[in-house]
Design a protein around this ligand. Sequence first.
Ligand SMILES: *[C@@H]1O[C@H](CO)[C@@H](O)[C@H](O)[C@H]1NC(C)=O
Ligand SMILES: *[C@@H]1O[C@H](CO)[C@@H](O)[C@H](O)[C@H]1NC(C)=O
Ligand SMILES: *[C@@H]1O[C@H](CO)[C@@H](O)[C@H](O)[C@H]1NC(C)=O
Ligand SMILES: *[C@@H]1O[C@H](CO)[C@@H](O)[C@H](O)[C@H]1NC(C)=O
Ligand SMILES: *[C@@H]1O[C@H](CO)[C@@H](O)[C@H](O)[C@H]1NC(C)=O
Ligand SMILES: *[C@@H]1O[C@H](CO)[C@@H](O)[C@H](O)[C@H]1NC(C)=O
Ligand SMILES: *[C@@H]1O[C@H](CO)[C@@H](O)[C@H](O)[C@H]1NC(C)=O
Ligand SMILES: *[C@@H]1O[C@H](CO)[C@@H](O)[C@H](O)[C@H]1NC(C)=O
Length: 428
Amino acid sequence: MKVPTCLLSLAVIAHLVHATIWQNDQARTTDYPVTVIDPSQYELQTYAPNATELSYKGRWDSKFISCAPGLKFGFTGEYVVITFGPYTTNATLIGYRIDGQDWQFTNVTANATHLLVSPSTAGINITTPITPSTFELRVTNWAYGIQIASVSVSKGERIVRIPNFDRTIEVIGDSLSAGQYATLEGLASYAYGLGAGLGNTEYTITAYPGICLFDKRCYGNLRGMFYQWYYASDVSGRAIEIYGDNPELWDFSKQPAADIVVINLGTNDANSANNVTTSGYVSQYTKLIEGVHTVYPNAQIILLSLWEGFGAVGNTYEQANAFVPEIYGIYEYFNSKEYLDQPVLYDHATNSTYISEHPTKPFVSYFNTTGLMQHNDIGPQYHPTDVGHVKVASHLIQYIKIKFGWILYATGPEVQHDTLYWNDMANY
Ligand SMILES: *[C@@H]1O[C@H](CO)[C@@H](O)[C@H](O)[C@H]1NC(C)=O
Ligand SMILES: *[C@@H]1O[C@H](CO)[C@@H](O)[C@H](O)[C@H]1NC(C)=O
Ligand SMILES: *[C@@H]1O[C@H](CO)[C@@H](O)[C@H](O)[C@H]1NC(C)=O
Ligand SMILES: *[C@@H]1O[C@H](CO)[C@@H](O)[C@H](O)[C@H]1NC(C)=O
Ligand SMILES: *[C@@H]1O[C@H](CO)[C@@H](O)[C@H](O)[C@H]1NC(C)=O
Ligand SMILES: *[C@@H]1O[C@H](CO)[C@@H](O)[C@H](O)[C@H]1NC(C)=O
Ligand SMILES: *[C@@H]1O[C@H](CO)[C@@H](O)[C@H](O)[C@H]1NC(C)=O
Ligand SMILES: *[C@@H]1O[C@H](CO)[C@@H](O)[C@H](O)[C@H]1NC(C)=O
């Protein structure tokens, strides 16, 4: 039975950044420290944003403007100071941490300098086992972003390049992967939980609320992921303000090729508000996979079935589905002898498909999400709760471990922040 759902995504308005973080209709305390400083009061060693010691994670453009990703580097000394450029969305919430310490949060002011690590930062005086100390930053929201103008440490100290981990995962999706309506948005999404939860893994989330896979306007987003995946920027109003209709192509050589690509797209295509046809969806989904295989020939691609929310059916609940035979059929097609013997590739630059000279080994898997979540794992705005995200991430991690032999390296440091609740009373 088909349960009606309406997966609506709000058009994000760039200046409404002081949104309250809600937790079951109660405002979460967000008295994050104000970290703005006057840099002239400090003796600093300052690095330009193109310093080779800085590792940018996810997609950034040539002006060091982020599209909701991360930054990582090592440092000596007890101070890390970052100056944010004019293209920073003012008051954007960032998560940041050193070493294996918990995430900390602050709202970033555009055109300002922030003191993010100082002698009072927990763990700063402990130099083992992680040496040099690492600093890591992630933007929580998918649409807001920051621009790095410079990075500083104390005079006489230095920043250090931290080598990439030797495995990489990319999630391509919509609001469900972007973490919309999760309490810490991107830092609470299953996609982040998967990448960070595997440990020792580089991860990129190429996801935007409301986006369709099919290349058309959906919920105000001008393009679909079939097109957008090839660009440095997303489909936000912020990106349109910065680039107009001339977005920068993403240079895939800037970061290691993905070893695993997870695709979770179609929930917005399946919504009648967006008028995507089933044949159009299947055709462009197929070409998207051909395109990913062209860019990352060694990547394993995992297709997620869509969970589509839950509804009351009689005296119980049922999960709705969409495009079940279609996604399964795409999986079967890529595992057919016909495809593997004469693999079709897709080139975005010429918008055309061609047949590869070399047969390929199976590289597409189907991940059935039915049964991972129950109706109360979905919040009132039709998106997983933090618990729902944790469930999907956990199952995906175990699937990847069993199917591809990936070792789980995250064995202690926090992944999901603000999810610690417990009962410490023996009897009620
Ligand atoms: C920081 O950002 C969070 C999330 O958008 C928001 O709830 C909070 O009010 C902001 N705080 C300030 C001081 O802007
Ligand atoms: C960084 O950019 C400056 C100009 O903005 C240039 O002079 C310098 O060579 C660049 N450094 C690196 C490491 O690319
Ligand atoms: C940041 O500076 C630019 C000029 O460089 C200015 O246009 C912009 O309004 C400033 N942003 C904020 C939030 O102050
Ligand atoms: C930018 O955000 C900060 C709070 O994080 C606020 O104090 C400041 O007034 C904002 N600036 C503008 C131009 O909105
Ligand atoms: C680190 O050491 C400095 C100097 O000994 C001290 O002032 C500071 O409180 C220490 N920080 C922490 C977080 O323990
Ligand atoms: C969907 O198609 C119908 C019929 O062609 C049209 O009336 C409607 O405006 C379309 N909706 C969108 C969102 O494009
Ligand atoms: C790509 O080619 C298809 C036909 O194969 C066409 O429908 C589509 O409009 C083209 N897209 C672009 C961006 O040229
Ligand atoms: C997905 O899992 C559900 C629940 O176990 C099952 O009913 C369904 O047949 C599975 N779908 C596929 C395509 O294997």
